[in-house]
Design a protein around this ligand. Structure first.
Ligand code: 4NP
Length: 161
């Protein structure tokens, strides 16, 4: 029996700026590495204000200049079931991380942690440079995750997760 895909959920507050950007960038990096069938990526927000909405127009515009298409993504809120459905649930900042640690049901299997070595700051109320900074941090962290996920998959027992 072959192990199923590793499942990764990236999470921010609104699911319209940082986490959809991370979803698109990490997916692209995995595709580039030939791992798109081996790792599934999704995104969600801890809040519910933007459920069903496309990513912020500024996030879409900045991402497009680097070749990432966010237009088909839609906001959704994380739920308890996500902590069993996903292997990794990765927060964009310490506030998101604290929320996830509270939301994770006891005994749920997901590992919860930060997406990047330091926080990816919320660009929503700031200038255009903030959206570029988000892309810089997410591109660097995604390259690291591809290497880490390759190692993780190599270590997985056949039939396990
Ligand atoms: P995100 O950014 O968490 O990166 O999607 C935000 C988007 C919207 C809001 C806050 C952060 N908001 O307060 O509506």
């Amino acid at each position: 029996m072959r192990p199923g895909p590793l499942r990764v959920l990236v999470v921010c507050l609104g699911n319209i700026c940082r986490s959809p950007t991370a979803e698109a960038v990490l997916r692209q990096r995995l595709r580039d590495a030939g791992l798109d069938g081996a790792v599934e990526v999704d995104s969600a927000g801890t809040g519910d204000w933007h459920v069903g909405m496309p990513p912020d127009a500024r996030s879409q515009r900045h991402a497009r200049t680097r070749g990432y298409d966010l237009s088909k993504l839609r906001g959704r809120q994380i739920g308890a079931a996500d902590f069993d459905r996903f292997d990794l649930v990765l927060a964009m900042d310490d506030h998101n991380l604290a929320d996830l640690q509270m939301l994770k049901p006891p005994g749920a299997r997901a590992e919860v942690g930060l997406f990047a070595p330091s926080a990816v700051p919320d660009p929503y109320h700031g200038p255009a440079a903030g959206f570029e900074h988000v892309l810089d941090l997410i591109e660097a962290a995604s390259a690291e995750w591809v290497a880490r996920l390759e190692l993780r998959m190599a270590r997985r027992p056949v039939g396990g997760t």
